[in-house]
Design a protein around this ligand. Structure first.
Ligand code: GLN
Ligand code: ZN
Length: 758
């Protein structure tokens, strides 16, 4: 059985590409050196895959910023405003990715969005009416030839026409229908040129097929490919899907003249059923995605072999593949020096997944697979009792009943009690939690981490900052204060480090977008809390003022969504474990006199399944209860806040109301305010603080524009329900600009209050 890899991480084992790009952006690295770094990384990746005996090694999976942007750029989908800058080809590309501000002009970047159900973000291609789509770039061919020069024959990979059109934004009158002809022509040309170069396989990636498809969508897909495949001749075309199953179009897809079809058997819950129900065409190769491209755990060979058995009953010709690009996992375990072998033995990052494909190929090819060394070793690992199980956590979970998920009294009654308890003015003014992480704030934390200063000195500095922050918030006229989160850099990392059950890596970075990488903690064992995590600073902050100070926590769903989850227990169970730990913190904050507690669920929206049908059963049915579990134990007069980063939750408003928080703040300043109409339409009862200004930009909003924003909100929401706050935390901003912006915001709120009274 042959092996195939869909794509490999390009950022480099030590984030070499990130650093080279950033130096290039700062004009500290010449283009030649940037290109040399890129070339070295590509070579490293190809050679590694060759060593692992991978039969179908990808090329063109490399990108300086984003593969969808590469695809758009290659097809000439470059809006005028970028062309008009008159920059070099590569700098034009970067201007689309990052915006440009300089001698040649001033343009914003293209929009950026989450790539399907991953933490990776793509640049949104913009197609306007004047756009003339045709093959213009050479990148895939150049990289294919570059590999060939190294003696490695690769399978070029390109995002397919359907996914491109589904993700693009049409800014003029034209729609996908109107451009599909040129797009198909361009892809035909790509196929033709690869055929001339003597490529054997080409991989066209169509992850958009795993989303809900309408009949029109299927038509569009079919029409595109009938045309694209028309003259492919001897070139073999692999239609690669991932992140789910193709239940809406399986049979129609199978009927098209592809040479190979790649299905995901990890996330595609119905992939096997589809095969078994409808069979698989005998003249095609099935690329079976069985090595998880998203998680960092070793593959369970026993399970994989069982799946292969079933797959082979339906399909004759099978290639073993990763389930998606390995872009979503860190590069290699080799640089993890802190983790002991007892942990590393369970892990497989991108490089180790290559060895798994090699092992599985050997096992499957041997006469008695079950006796193969690699198989035996692997099954022994999975039979072994894994440390990290905590009886007390398990039994606590088992004894949960409905009562633990239900806060009493009901919302309306609490709202009354809290109005009396807090006596807040109309349109209460607050912030989301963090205040600027200045150089000194970071330096203090690093010095403590490195052992250069002692704990007392470290805390003393934080207390000084908290005191300053409280004073300034009072002077600025805020009603509900925060301590400022000076002790945290990344919130998930912070709570992960405070809780028991997480593992931390040194170099396990994953690309989030462009040059930005994240280092998610790993959920290793049962999660528990052995000590208070935030009580000390919150209590200190509250002792400095008569106004309420919000306790500041991160919710279980967000902690889980921004970590690598376990696979030996369900996500639900894991979320509930984290929920119980945070619940203990909530109750301890309350017991120590904290009367308002914010539990951020910044990432709640992120892991919503791709198919609407799965939203509740697979996700919301446990995610919302996990949040309720955290706060159901507080007294009626304790006010629970939550915060979400995306306002794109139109379709799940009811579920968000069901979180049963008392107040929710969310990002709204960059979106149109239709969300407020939605809130009104569904009778949203939670009090809301739609962000009145954008904290992602250093711009200081004027009092007038903030007042206008508030007035617009007041047209849609009753004044009794409305809070006034920025979009999100201020940690990435400068101190000076933040205080001026907040001052303006408070002034605008006072003006709005005055006109309400009149
Ligand atoms: N309380 C957090 C902060 O202010 C929330 C961060 C977030 O939403 N990403 O930084
Ligand atoms: Zn936020």
């Amino acid at each position: 059985m042959k092996t195939s890899v869909i794509g490999y991480p390009r950022i480099g084992d030590l984030r070499e590409l990130k650093f080279a790009l950033e130096a290039y952006f700062r004009k500290e690295l010449p283009l030649g050196e940037l290109e040399a770094t890129a070339k070295k990384l590509r070579r490293h990746n190809w050679e590694l895959q060759k060593q692992a005996g991978i039969d179908l090694i990808p090329s063109n999976d490399f990108s300086f910023y984003d593969n969808l942007l590469d695809t758009a750029y290659m097809l000439g989908i470059v809006p005028k405003r970028y062309q008009e800058l008159g920059l070099s080809p590569l700098d034009t590309y970067f201007s689309m990715a990052r915006g440009y501000q300089g001698e040649s002009g001033d343009v914003k970047a293209l929009g950026m969005k989450k790539w399907f159900n991953t933490n990776y973000h793509y640049m949104v291609p913009e197609i306007d009416d004047s756009c003339c789509i045709a093959l213009k770039g050479r990148k895939p061919f150049e990289e294919f030839l570059e590999a060939r020069e190294l003696g490695i024959e690769t399978k070029p990979v390109i995002i397919g026409a359907y996914t491109l059109l589904k993700l693009a934004r049409f800014t003029g009158r034209k729609r996908a229908e109107d451009v599909k002809g040129c797009v198909a022509e361009a892809y035909k040309e790509i196929l033709k040129q690869f055929k001339e170069l003597g490529a054997v396989w080409i991989q066209l990636e169509e992850p958009a097929l795993v989303q809900d498809m309408s009949e029109e969508d299927i038509w569009l897909f079919e029409e595109l490919y009938r045309e694209i495949l028309r003259e492919k001749d001897s070139l073999k075309v692999l239609l690669q899907t991932y992140y789910g199953d193709v239940r809406d179009c399986y049979q129609r897809l199978a009927a098209l003249p592809f040479d190979g079809i790649g299905l995901d058997f990890v996330e595609g819950r119905r992939s096997l059923d589809l095969l078994e129900a409808y069979g698989f065409p005998e003249d095609k190769l099935l690329f079976a995605g069985l090595v998880n491209g998203k998680n960092i755990w070793k593959n369970n060979y026993e399970k994989t072999l069982t799946a292969v058995d079933r797959i082979l009953k339906a399909a004759k010709n099978v290639v073993l593949s990763s389930s998606c690009s390995l872009l979503h996992v860190p590069c290699t375990l080799r640089n993890e020096t802190r983790l002991t072998q007892s942990y590393k033995g369970y892990l497989a990052f991108a490089e180790e997944k290559l060895w798994e494909l090699r092992d599985l190929k050997a096992v499957l090819g041997s006469d008695s697979p079950l006796l193969h060394d690699a198989y035996q070793e692997n099954t022994a690992l999975f039979r072994q009792e894994r440390c990290g199980c905590k009886e007390e956590v398990r039994s606590r979970l088992e004894s949960l009943t409905d009562k633990d998920f239900t806060r009493l009294p009901a919302f309306e009654e609490r709202e009354k009690i809290q109005k009396q308890a807090f006596h807040l003015p109309l349109l209460p003014i607050t912030t989301i939690g963090s205040f600027p992480q200045t150089k000194e704030v970071r330096a203090n934390r690093f010095a403590f981490k490195k052992g250069e200063i002692g704990e007392e000195q470290y805390k003393e500095y934080n207390r000084k900052k908290i005191k300053e922050c409280i004073r300034l918030q009072e002077q600025t006229g805020l009603d509900v204060l925060v301590h400022g989160e000076y002790e945290r850099n990344d919130m998930v990392e912070y709570f992960g480090e405070c809780l028991d059950g997480f593992l931390f890596t040194d170099k396990a970075w994953v690309q989030s977008y462009g040059t930005r990488c994240v280092k998610p903690p790993i959920v290793w064992g049962d999660i528990s809390r052995s000590r208070p995590m935030t009580v000390e600073y919150s209590v200190y902050a509250q002792s400095l003022t008569d106004r309420p100070v919000k306790g500041m926590l991160t919710g279980p769903v967000t902690i889980l969504n921004w970590s690598f989850p376990r696979e030996d227990i369900s996500l639900k169970e894991c979320a509930f474990q984290i929920g119980l730990a945070i619940r203990d913190e909530v109750l301890e904050l309350e017991a120590n006199g904290i009367r308002m507690i914010q539990i951020d669920e910044a990432a709640l929206r992120e892991k919503l399944p791709l198919r609407r049908q799965d939203w509740h059963e697979e996700y919301l049915d446990w995610a919302i209860p996990a949040f309720r579990l955290v706060h159901s134990g507080v007294r009626p007069e304790t006010q629970i806040h939550t915060h979400m980063c995306y306002s794109e939750f139109g379709a799940i408003i009811k579920d968000i109301d069901d979180m049963d928080a008392d107040v929710i703040t969310f990002e709204a300043s960059r979106s149109d305010l239709t969300i407020l109409d939605d809130l009104k339409a569904c009778g949203f009862r939670t009090q809301v603080g739609p962000g009145v200004y954008d904290i992602h930009s250093p711009r200081i909003p004027s009092v007038e524009e903030l007042l206008i924003a508030l007035e617009k909100m007041l047209e849609k929401l009753p004044a009794e329900k409305l809070w006034v706050n920025p979009d999100c935390g201020l940690k990435t901003r400068e101190e000076k600009e933040s205080w001026i912006s907040l001052k303006h915001m408070a002034e605008a709120a006072c003006l709005a209050r005055r006109s309400l009274r009149e």
